[in-house]
Design a binder for this molecule. Structure first.
Ligand code: GLV
Ligand code: GLV
Length: 320
C-alpha cells in the first residue's frame, strides 16, 4: 500500500511535482467521485491524502486513516472535511487559496451577465430558429450602471469580483465581519448589515465559506427581503442558500432571477430549477480554468509534501 493517496487524477503539473518527490503514491482508479465507504477501505495505511471538495472526509474516514498526517484538499473551501475532528487527532488540513480567486471572480461576472442579459435564453432562442429579425423589444435585460451590487463576504474572491467590475458603474454594498479598506478606497463600497444589503441590492453575490453558522444563511426570510427584480448569484457553496425557498421565490416571481454554480445536494440539481427560465445553472465550475486548476494541483502537492516532511505547509488551515 502506498503512503500517499489521491482520490482523483489531478492536472499534470501537480503530478509532475509529486513524481519529483516520490513514486510511492496511488490514485483512486475510477474517474468519478470516491464514496465514504471506498475512502474508508483505501486509506488505512495512507499518511498523506489529496482529496476533492466532493470527498466526505468524515469522522469515520479520519478514524480509518490510522497513519494519516496530512489531508491536502484540492479546493479553497474545505467544508467536506470534519476539520474539528482532524484537528483533535493532530492531522494537518490544507487548502488551495488565492490561485483560484481570479477564475472564480471571473465566473461570477459571467453568471451575473448571463442573468442580466439573458445570455442562455438568447442562445436557445437563436438555436431554436426563432430569430426572425432585429426587434426593439427582443430579449431585453437589465443594465448595470448605477445599480447596486451587494456582496456577502468580502474576502479574496468577493473583493476580486468587485474590483474586476470597476468600470461597470455599479454602487457596491458589502456585508462582512471586517472592514475592507481596499474595497472601500477603490470602489467606494459601503459596509452594511446583511439585512440592509438584501433590501437595497439589485444583484447579490455570495462569497463566504460554508460552516454551521452560514448554513441556510439565505433562507426564506432573507429572500423575502429582496427586491422583486433582484438577481441572486451563488458561486460559493449550495447549502448557504435554502434552495427550496429560492425555488419558491423564483416560481412566484418574488425575485427576478438567479445564477447558480453550486447546489444544496450536488450533483443533484432539482427538477424544479431545471424547469425555470429565470435561472442560469452551471455545474460547479467556478475555478475551472486551465490556469487555476494547474496551480491548485501544484499547491495541493506542495502542501502535502511539506506536511509529510514535518514542515509547516504553506496553506495549513488548522492546528495554528
Ligand atoms: C471550489 O469550489 C473550491 O472551493 O475550490
Ligand atoms: C475564500 O476562501 C476566498 O478566497 O474568498
Amino acid at each position: 500500500m502506498s503512503k500517499i493517496f489521491l482520490t482523483r487524477r489531478i492536472p499534470k503539473p501537480g503530478l509532475m511535482k509529486l513524481n519529483e518527490y516520490t513514486d510511492d503514491y496511488a490514485i483512486f482508479p475510477p474517474d468519478k467521485p470516491i464514496t465514504e465507504k471506498e475512502l474508508i477501505e483505501d486509506i488505512s495505511s495512507v499518511e498523506g491524502l489529496i482529496c476533492l471538495l466532493t470527498d466526505p472526509i468524515t469522522r469515520n474516514v479520519i478514524d480509518s486513516g490510522r497513519k494519516l498526517r496530512i489531508i491536502a484538499n484540492y479546493a479553497v473551501g474545505y467544508d467536506n472535511i470534519d476539520i474539528d475532528y482532524a484537528t483533535n487527532k493532530g492531522i494537518i488540513v490544507t487548502n488551495t487559496p488565492g490561485v483560484l480567486t481570479d477564475a472564480t471572480a471571473e465566473l461570477t461576472w459571467a453568471l451575473l451577465f448571463a442573468c442580466t442579459r439573458r445570455i442562455v435564453e438568447a442562445d436557445m432562442f437563436s438555436r431554436e430558429g426563432r430569430f426572425d429579425g432585429w426587434s426593439p423589444t427582443l430579449l431585453l435585460g437589465k443594465g448595470l450602471k448605477g445599480k447596486i451590487l451587494g456582496i456577502i463576504g468580502a474576502g479574496r474572491i468577493g473583493t476580486a469580483f468587485v474590483l474586476k467590475g470597476i468600470g461597470f458603474g455599479v454602487k457596491v454594498l458589502y456585508s462582512d465581519p471586517y472592514i475592507n479598506e481596499v474595497l472601500e478606497k477603490k470602489t467606494g463600497a459601503k459596509r452594511v448589515k446583511m439585512e440592509e444589503l438584501l433590501r437595497k441590492s439589485d444583484f447579490i453575490s455570495l462569497h463566504i465559506s460554508l460552516k454551521e453558522s452560514t448554513h441556510h444563511l439565505i433562507g426564506a426570510r432573507e429572500i423575502s427581503l429582496l427586491k422583486p427584480s433582484a438577481c441572486l448569484i451563488n458561486t460559493s457553496r449550495g447549502p448557504i442558500v435554502d434552495e427550496k425557498a429560492l425555488i419558491r421565490a423564483l416560481k412566484d416571481g418574488k425575485i427576478g432571477g438567479a445564477g447558480l454554480d453550486v447546489y444544496e445536494d450536488e450533483p443533484n440539481i432539482p427538477e424544479e430549477l431545471i424547469e425555470l427560465t429565470n435561472v442560469v445553472l452551471l455545474p460547479h465550475i467556478g475555478s475551472a480554468t486551465h490556469e487555476a486548476r494547474n496551480k491548485m494541483a501544484v499547491m495541493a502537492v506542495e502542501n502535502l509534501i511539506a506536511g509529510l516532511e514535518g514542515k509547516k505547509p504553506p496553506n495549513q488551515v488548522n492546528i495554528k
